[in-house]
Design a protein around this ligand. Structure first.
Ligand code: SF4
Length: 292
C-alpha cells in the first residue's frame, strides 16, 4: 500500500482500506480548504492502482469497506473507475461498500447512465461537499458551482441510488446577517437534495488559504461558539427530511450533536437551546479539544 502526501477520509471511513486513485482535488480553489495545496491534481496510472489492490489483498487478506482517495476520485474517466471497482470486488470477497468524495463539477461531468453504471458496479457511497445552499456564498468561497448546479449534482447521485452524504460548513458566511441566510438556504438545499446523511462541520481557518488571510486582515469575522450553534439550530430546525441522519459530531464542532431526523430533532434542538441560552462554555468543547 503506497500513499503520496496528505491523506484524508471521512470519519465514517475509519475502518476502510484507503486506495489512492487520484492525487489532490480537481478543483482545489475553495477559499477555506488547504488540504491539497501542495498536491497538484493527477490521476494515478491504472496499473499502479491495480498493483496497490494486489498489495492490499496480500496484506489485509480481505476488506469489507474501501474508500477511494484523494479529494475527487469521481473525476477519473468512468471506464477506469469501472475497472478499479471490478478489481476491488474480485480481490475482496467480503467487499460491500466503496465510497469516495465527489466534486460537484466532476459529478455533473458524468451522465446519468455513467452514474448508474458506477453504482451498479459497486460504488456505493458518495460524499459531496455542499458547504452551503446560498448561491452568493458558494461564489464567494470559489466552490466552482452555484446553488442550482450543486443541487443538481446531489440529486443526480440520489437518483442513481448512491448513498449520499452531504457535508456543510457552519460559520462559512462569517459574522453578520449572512450567517442565518446561509443556514436557512442550506436547510432548503438539503431538503431538496434528500441525502441520507448530513455532516455539519465548523469552518476552521487553515494557514496559507485565502480564508485564513481574510481572517488575519479582518475582512472575515469568525462566529463565536454560540453564534455557530445558533446557525446549527437554524439549519437543524429547517430540515424537513425524514429520515435523515444528522452527523454533527465532527471534531471541529463546539457541541457534538447527532441523531436521526425527525425522530431526534426535538432532543437535538433542546440540547442546542440549552447551550445557546446558558452561554456556558463548560457545555462546549474547548478550543484545545476541537480540531479539523
Ligand atoms: S472541492 Fe473539496 S477538496 Fe477540493 S478544494 Fe474544495 S473543499 Fe478542498
Amino acid at each position: 500500500m503506497r500513499y503520496q502526501g496528505t491523506i484524508i477520509r471521512p470519519f465514517s471511513e475509519a475502518d476502510s482500506y484507503l486506495l489512492q486513485c487520484t492525487l489532490g482535488c480537481s478543483h482545489n480553489q475553495c477559499t477555506f480548504c488547504g488540504t491539497y495545496k501542495d498536491k497538484p491534481f493527477r490521476i494515478r496510472p491504472l496499473q499502479e492502482i491495480k498493483e496497490d489492490i494486489r498489495m492490499a489483498r496480500q496484506h489485509l487478506g480481505d476488506a469489507r469497506k474501501v474508500f477511494l482517495c484523494d479529494g475527487d476520485a469521481i473525476a477519473m474517466p468512468t471506464d477506469m473507475l469501472l475497472d478499479i471497482l471490478k478489481e476491488l470486488y474480485t480481490a475482496f470477497a467480503s467487499l460491500r461498500h466503496v465510497g469516495t468524495y465527489v466534486g460537484p463539477q466532476s459529478t455533473l461531468g458524468k451522465s446519468m447512465e455513467e452514474l448508474r453504471a458506477l453504482r451498479a458496479a459497486g460504488l456505493t457511497k458518495a460524499y459531496l461537499g455542499v458547504e452551503t445552499g446560498d448561491n452568493r456564498l458558494l461564489g464567494q468561497v470559489r466552490k466552482g458551482v452555484g446553488a442550482p448546479q450543486m443541487l443538481l449534482a446531489g440529486r443526480n447521485l440520489v437518483a442513481a441510488d448512491f448513498n449520499l452524504s452531504a457535508m456543510v460548513l457552519l460559520g462559512l458566511a462569517g459574522r453578520g446577517e449572512g450567517s442565518q441566510v446561509h443556514a436557512q438556504a442550506t436547510a432548503d438545499m438539503i431538503n431538496a437534495m434528500a441525502p441520507r446523511y448530513l455532516a455539519a462541520m465548523t469552518v476552521t481557518p487553515v494557514p496559507r488559504t485565502p480564508l485564513f488571510q481574510q481572517v488575519q486582515s479582518g475582512e472575515f469575522e469568525l462566529l463565536d461558539a454560540f453564534e455557530t450553534l445558533a446557525e446549527m439550530r437554524t439549519l437543524l430546525d429547517g430540515l424537513t427530511l425524514d429520515p435523515l441522519k444528522f452527523v454533527g459530531v465532527h471534531a471541529s464542532n463546539y457541541l457534538p450533536v447527532n441523531g436521526t431526523l425527525q425522530r431526534d430533532k426535538a432532543g437535538m434542538l433542546a440540547l442546542l437551546d440549552e447551550a445557546i441560552q446558558s452561554r456556558d462554555p463548560r457545555l462546549l468543547r474547548s478550543d484545545s479539544q476541537r480540531g479539523l
